[in-house]
Design a protein around this ligand. Structure first.
Ligand code: UDP
Ligand code: MG
Length: 190
């Protein structure tokens, strides 16, 4: 790990389309690697991680997994991709104070460029989750409500912090996929 890894956080409420956008960016722009914190947690659980039980409980209650677990998974994924070779789009993280603190405690040789905030009305997010008809155990109205509460109470303050630090870039997440993508590319140019 000689050089610094460059990281861009992508935050926004559940169902806003973080994964869709980051995936598209990775596919169409070579320098980016998409890492979804939620996806890494689901994979860890499925592959029989010793933390599987706690991960499953948090996901199904819409709460947030202890940060050490998530930061470790993110670090491993970044190492696997080549630490300083790419710009990493880290989707769905940091979601709370614990995530934020542990990231900066545990991650050295990383430059966080900024945080992209996909801002969207809650009704539109609920609609998108319904429309994606996913098999995820947390994509149902009951857990969605809990995820929204967690988002409002714990993630919003983190978004505000990036704003206070001058490190927040906002996109209008209410628009269609292509329009949001266009806004994202505009931001990622610098
Ligand atoms: N999660 C977590 N820490 C993270 C990312 C995700 O604990 O850094 C858990 C949390 O329980 C969350 C769930 O994984 O509700 C699903 O997250 P994901 O980002 O996949 O959902 P999205 O917001 O994209 O719909
Ligand atoms: Mg996602």
């Amino acid at each position: 790990m000689d050089g610094k890894a460059r990281v861009i956080f992508v935050l926004g409420g559940p169902g806003v389309g973080k994964g869709t956008q980051c995936q598209k960016i990775q596919e169409q722009n070579e320098e980016f690697v998409h890492l979804s914190a939620g996806e890494l947690l689901r994979q860890a659980r499925e592959s029989g991680s010793e933390n599987g039980e706690v991960i499953m409980q948090c996901i199904n209650q819409g709460t947030i997994v202890p940060a050490e677990i998530t930061v470790d998974l993110l670090r491993q994924a970044m190492v696997a991709h080549g630490w300083e070779k790419k710009r990493f789009l880290v989707d769905g993280f940091p979601r709370n104070e614990d995530n934020y603190q542990k990231w900066y405690d545990m991650m050295e040789a990383v430059e966080v460029e900024y945080c992209v905030f996909m801002d969207c009305d809650v009704d539109a997010m609920a609609e998108r989750i319904k429309a994606r008809g996913s098999a995820r155990s947390d994509d149902n109205p009951e857990v969605f409500k809990k995820r929204i509460t967690t988002y409002n109470e714990q993630t919003k303050p983190i978004i505000d912090r990036f704003s206070d630090l001058g490190k927040l870039r906002r996109v209008d997440g209410n628009l269609d996929v292509d329009s949001v993508y266009e806004q994202m590319l505009n931001i990622l140019k610098d």
